[in-house]
Design a protein around this ligand. Structure first.
Ligand SMILES: C[S@@+](CC[C@H](N)C(=O)[O-])C[C@H]1O[C@@H](n2cnc3c(N)ncnc32)[C@H](O)[C@@H]1O
Length: 228
């Protein structure tokens, strides 16, 4: 079974009008609004499975709050981590950690964060792991933190269920954007619960290879292209 090429996956960000470039514009808009409104203190950001960091880094490079941002991007693929590092040149507060983002240990020293990015993750892990990840997200969140996340809406649309899991974990929904004719959602939630200490040695999720995930979906009575 061929493995997903996560460097190649990013190519469609460069195609104007592509689903991914539309999604990116929405995520970047949320990141920019978050930074515009962030209080004067230092701003901590973590990105789970950051890829090339396009959502955060392009916005940060042009934003007046960039000196206040301490960000940790966690990405496993060395080629994407290298791209992210290139994009972060000139942003001394950004650390790109080439590590397994599914392990709680990868966030030690970088959390609690005011902004947590979980983009391109929920389409690549099982429903059980989405629930588990959302349950553990408070460990990454400062009081009032903003979480920006994405998920495709192929049937069966799991977005309402995911919103329910966020609510059960102490988050309040701010927005869920799904542009007309597009089968993805960009969610924004605020953490309203109490701060939770980061627990060492936890595994939050396991990235499932495309074919394996499609098989699991098919046997659960669902199907459809995987969109990340
Ligand atoms: C669908 S892409 C999303 C990238 C980025 N968040 C975005 O939205 O542009 C998923 C990324 O997760 C990375 N990845 C897969 N498993 C990972 C893991 N266990 N830890 C960290 N990164 C992982 C892949 O290399 C890939 O870059």
């Amino acid at each position: 079974v061929p493995k997903r090429d996560w460097l190649e996956w990013h190519a469609s960000y460069d195609e104007p009008g592509s689903r991914l470039s539309k999604r990116l514009a929405i995520v970047q808009g949320h990141v920019a609004r978050f930074l515009d409104r962030a209080p004067a203190d230092p701003i901590r950001v973590v990105s789970v499975c950051a890829g090339q960091g396009r959502d955060l880094l392009a916005v940060l490079a042009k934003h007046p709050r960039r000196p206040d941002v301490r960000a940790r991007l966690v990405e496993l693929d060395p080629r994407n981590a290298a791209r992210a590092r290139d994009a972060a040149a000139g942003l001394p507060g950004v650390e790109v950690l080439e590590a397994d983002a599914s392990l709680s240990d990868s966030y030690a020293g970088a959390v609690p964060a005011e902004l947590v990015l979980v983009c391109g993750v929920f389409g690549n892990i099982t429903e059980e792991d989405i629930a588990r990840t959302v349950r553990y997200l408070p460990m990454l969140c400062a009081r009032g933190a903003t979480v920006i996340w994405t998920r495709h809406r192929n049937p069966p649309d799991q977005v309402p269920t995911i919103c329910g899991w966020f609510e059960a974990s102490g988050f309040a929904e701010v927005s869920v954007d799904s542009p007309e004719g597009e089968s993805f959602a960009v969610g924004v939630h605020h953490y309203r619960g109490q701060p939770v200490d980061l627990e060492a040695g936890l595994r939050l999720f396991r990235f499932v290879e495309r074919e394996e995930l499609l098989r699991a979906r098919a046997s659960a009575g669902a199907d459809g292209p995987l969109q990340g």
